[in-house]
Design a protein around this ligand. Structure first.
Ligand SMILES: [Fe+2]
Ligand SMILES: [Fe+2]
Length: 248
């Protein structure tokens, strides 16, 4: 029995939309088959696989069915988190999705799931991604304050959703946590955020996030240990489509 994680499959079985990297980078060529093969080699049906958002390019559920069928075909118990591209997933309709895919897929939003005695809590999260103003030498010398204020409002909304997830787990008596985010836990120029503070407050053991694509973005946020918490980036291209082993 083990716990694995990976995010950002960006599946497009029913959609013509693809990111530039998906169209041009060798790392993304046939990534669906490579991930499936890696899962079959590593993950058993007794294991749990956390999929950290940006599942599908389809913008409505009928346009994501084949992508979700592919996810269903992966081994193990699949727990899905919402990413910024998952327009098929209305936050208010998470219970409906859980009923629709009961026993096949599990959607994590304002609720929690268990792995052994760990509560798996999480939300999409949010962080400020610019615009930044750069010096001719490529240093960040400022940022758009209006855009920053807007991002902060979204961060607070997501923190509220994460709080609901923690509250549900705590109400049921759980005290050990793995925290999942789609976005990195901090913005580019920050080392702390409301999300890192919540992780510290609840003595979370690991924070796993995704969303950062391409070598240049892999160190946008915290990786490794900070204040006793292990932070890991698990975007698919960063992991080269091999799921990250979170716990044995
Ligand atoms: Fe993504
Ligand atoms: Fe994303």
């Amino acid at each position: 029995m083990a716990l694995y994680a990976l995010g950002d499959l960006h599946l497009s079985y029913q959609s013509k939309i693809k990111s530039v990297a998906q169209r041009e980078s060798a790392l993304w060529q046939g990534h669906e088959e490579r991930f499936l093969e890696n899962c079959r080699a590593m993950v058993t049906d007794a294991d749990t696989l956390l999929l950290l958002g940006d599942h599908s390019w389809g913008n409505k559920l009928p346009y994501c069915r084949k992508d979700l069928e592919y996810i269903e075909s992966l081994p193990g118990r699949k727990i899905l988190l919402r990413g910024n591209h998952d327009h098929f997933w209305d936050v208010k309709k998470t219970e409906q999705l859980n009923r629709m895919y009961e026993g096949r897929l599990h959607f994590l939003q304002n609720n929690y799931f268990l792995y052994k005695d760990y509560a798996l809590v999480g939300t999409k999260g949010y962080c400020f991604e610019g615009p930044f103003y750069m010096s001719p030498g490529g240093q960040i010398v400022g940022y758009d304050e209006e855009a920053y204020a807007h991002a902060q409002a979204l961060v607070e909304r997501e923190a509220g959703r994460l709080q609901k997830s923690f509250d549900a787990a705590v109400r049921d008596g759980h005290r050990r946590f793995i925290m999942l985010l789609h976005y990195p836990p901090t913005s580019l120029m920050e080392r702390d955020s409301i999300f890192t503070k919540m992780a510290e407050q609840y003595h979370v053991e690991q924070v796993i996030y995704a969303h950062c694509h391409g070598e240049a973005r892999f160190h946008d946020s915290i990786r490794g240990r900070k204040k006793g918490i292990l932070y890991s980036l698990a975007s698919g291209d960063c992991l080269r489509w091999k799921p990250l082993k979170v716990l044995s």
